[in-house]
Ligand binder design. Structure first.
Ligand SMILES: [Zn+2]
Length: 445
C-alpha cells in the first residue's frame, strides 16, 4: 500500500503533500470494491485522500503557521481525470490562527483557490476547451453541470487576467454592439470599450447612451485619463458627448473610424439602389434583385465577373453610377496619408454630394459635413482601427455560441482571452494550463 501511495503522490505532483489512501466510488457516491485484478468499470470515480507533511501556510499573508484554530471536515476538489475515471481529491483543511497577520483563514492549498470546488488545473482545462467549444459540450464531456463549468471557466480566466502585466491605455475605441434577439434584457445593445493598440476589449456595459460611457469613465483614475490621447468611435452622438463632458479629457482627440463612415456611405448607395431598381417597374426590379451585396463590396475586392456585372447595372442609371463612384472616392480619401490630402479629398466629396435632387447622397453630405472635424482627424492621427475587426469577429462567435452574454464580466474575459490568444502554440497552452500551480521542485527536475 505504501508504495502505491508514494506512486500516486508522485503523479499528483504537489510538494509537501502525500497520498494517504484512495478508494473507488460509483457516481452515486457509494463505495465500490473492485473484484480481482481486472479493470474497474469506466466512470467509476477515484477518490484520492491527501495529507500535508509540512507546516501549513496562511492563505491570507502566506506566512508559515503552526497554530491550528479549527479542524474542518473533509472537502473534495474535482481534479483532472485519470483515463476513464473522474478524480476527486479529499482533504480536511485546517483553519489556522496566523500569528503574523492575525486572521483565522483556512490554510493555503496548492491545488485550488479559496472557495473553489475544482483544482486550478481542472479549471484551466475547462477554460481551454471552452475557448473552442460551447460550454454545454465541455460540461457534458466532464460530467459536470453547466453552471459549474461556467464558474470554473470564469475562475481560470480571472486567474489568467490577474497574471498579466497592466498595459497603458493611450488609444481607445468605443463601439456599440447588438446583443441579438435571443435574450430578455431591456437593453438590446452593449457598449464595448477597447484598447486600439491591441484590439482587446477592456470594458463592457449594457446600453449605448451617454450614461453608459460615463459609467466606464468613472472607473478611470486621473492619471489614466491623462494618458489617453485619442478616442475612435462611430458617428453615434452620445459617445462623443460623454467624452466632451469630461474636463479631464479635453486634450484627447476624437476620431470617427473609417468603417462607420463607409457604412453610412454604402447605406446611401443602397437607398439609391432601391429607388432605382425597386420603384421603377417589374423589369428593373428583376434586374436589381439580390444585388445588394454587389453594391456594398469595394470595387478592388470584386472579381472580374463581378466587376462586369456591376458595370452593366451602373450603366442603367447615371445617378447611381455617380453615387457608387463617390463612395469609392470616399474610401480612397479615408486612407489618405496626411491631413492636407484628406482635407482636399473630403472637400471634393462634399462638393460632389451637395446636390439637393439626390436625397440619399445629400444625407451623406450632411453627415460628413456635421462630423468633418472628427473624420479629418483620421488623417492626422491614423489610429490602428484595423485591430478592432478581430474584436468584431470574436463578438459574432461568442454571441452565436450563446449564453456567454448573460454575465458581461464573463463575456469580457472570454473576448479578451480570444483576442490576446495566449494559447496559439504548444508553449502557450502549457503555460496557460500551469497558471497558478506551484513551481515544480528544481531538484526533482
Ligand atoms: Zn497570515
Amino acid at each position: 500500500m505504501a508504495s502505491i501511495n508514494r506512486f500516486m503522490a508522485q503523479i499528483l505532483g504537489f510538494r509537501g503533500w502525500v497520498v494517504t489512501g484512495h478508494r473507488w466510488e460509483g457516481s452515486d457516491g457509494v463505495a465500490q470494491e473492485p473484484a480481482g485484478w481486472g479493470p474497474v468499470a469506466a466512470g467509476t470515480r477515484l477518490v484520492v485522500q491527501v495529507a500535508r507533511t509540512w507546516v501549513g501556510r496562511c492563505a491570507h499573508c502566506g506566512a508559515l503557521c503552526r497554530k491550528a484554530h479549527e479542524q474542518l471536515k473533509p472537502r473534495r476538489w474535482i481534479d483532472l481525470p485519470w483515463g476513464d475515471h473522474p478524480v476527486q481529491l479529499e482533504y480536511a483543511p485546517v483553519r489556522l490562527a496566523c500569528s503574523k497577520c492575525g486572521t483565522r483563514a483556512v490554510e493555503l492549498l496548492p491545488w485550488a483557490d479559496r472557495y473553489q470546488r475544482e483544482t486550478k488545473r481542472f479549471q484551466q482545462t475547462i477554460a481551454l476547451e471552452a475557448s473552442s467549444m460551447p460550454l454545454s459540450h465541455v460540461a457534458a464531456r466532464h460530467g459536470i453541470d453547466w453552471h459549474t463549468a461556467q464558474r470554473a471557466e470564469k475562475s481560470a480566466l480571472q486567474r489568467w487576467q490577474s497574471s498579466r502585466p497592466p498595459i497603458e491605455l493611450t488609444m481607445v475605441g468605443i463601439d456599440e454592439k447588438y446583443l441579438g434577439r435571443r435574450h430578455s434584457f431591456s437593453d438590446k445593445y452593449v457598449t464595448i470599450v477597447s484598447n486600439l493598440a491591441t484590439g482587446e476589449p477592456i470594458w463592457i456595459g449594457f446600453g449605448r447612451a451617454k450614461a453608459t460611457v460615463k459609467e466606464w469613465l468613472a472607473t478611470l483614475t486621473e492619471e489614466q485619463k491623462a494618458a489617453i490621447k485619442l478616442f475612435s468611435m462611430d458617428m453615434h452622438g452620445p459617445f462623443k458627448a460623454a467624452i466632451r463632458d469630461e474636463a479631464k479629457l479635453e486634450h484627447a482627440a476624437i476620431v470617427h473610424d473609417p468603417f462607420h463612415v463607409m457604412k453610412r456611405a454604402s447605406e446611401a448607395v443602397d437607398e439609391l439602389r432601391r429607388q432605382v431598381f425597386f420603384r421603377n417597374g417589374p423589369e428593373m426590379r428583376a434586374l436589381g434583385r439580390g444585388k445588394r451585396w454587389l453594391f456594398k463590396r469595394a470595387w478592388a475586392n470584386c472579381s472580374p465577373a463581378q466587376k462586369e456585372e456591376l458595370a452593366k447595372l451602373l450603366r442603367l442609371n447615371g445617378k447611381l453610377a455617380r453615387a457608387y463612384q463617390l463612395v469609392e472616392q470616399l474610401r480612397d480619401v479615408l486612407s489618405a496619408p496626411d491631413e492636407i490630402t484628406m482635407f482636399k479629398g473630403l472637400m471634393n466629396v462634399l462638393r460632389r454630394t451637395e446636390r439637393r435632387d439626390n436625397e440619399p447622397m445629400r444625407k451623406l453630405h450632411e453627415s460628413i459635413d456635421r462630423h468633418f472635424t472628427e473624420i479629418l482627424a483620421l488623417g492626422k492621427y491614423r489610429p490602428p482601427t484595423g485591430r478592432v475587426e478581430a474584436l468584431n469577429n470574436n463578438w459574432e462567435t461568442q454571441v452565436r455560441l450563446g449564453r456567454g452574454y448573460r454575465d458581461l464580466d464573463h463575456l469580457l474575459l472570454k473576448l479578451r482571452f480570444a483576442i490576446a490568444n495566449p494559447i496559439r502554440a504548444e508553449g502557450g497552452v502549457l503555460r496557460f494550463l500551469a497558471l497558478g500551480l506551484p513551481v515544480p521542485d528544481r531538484k526533482a527536475a
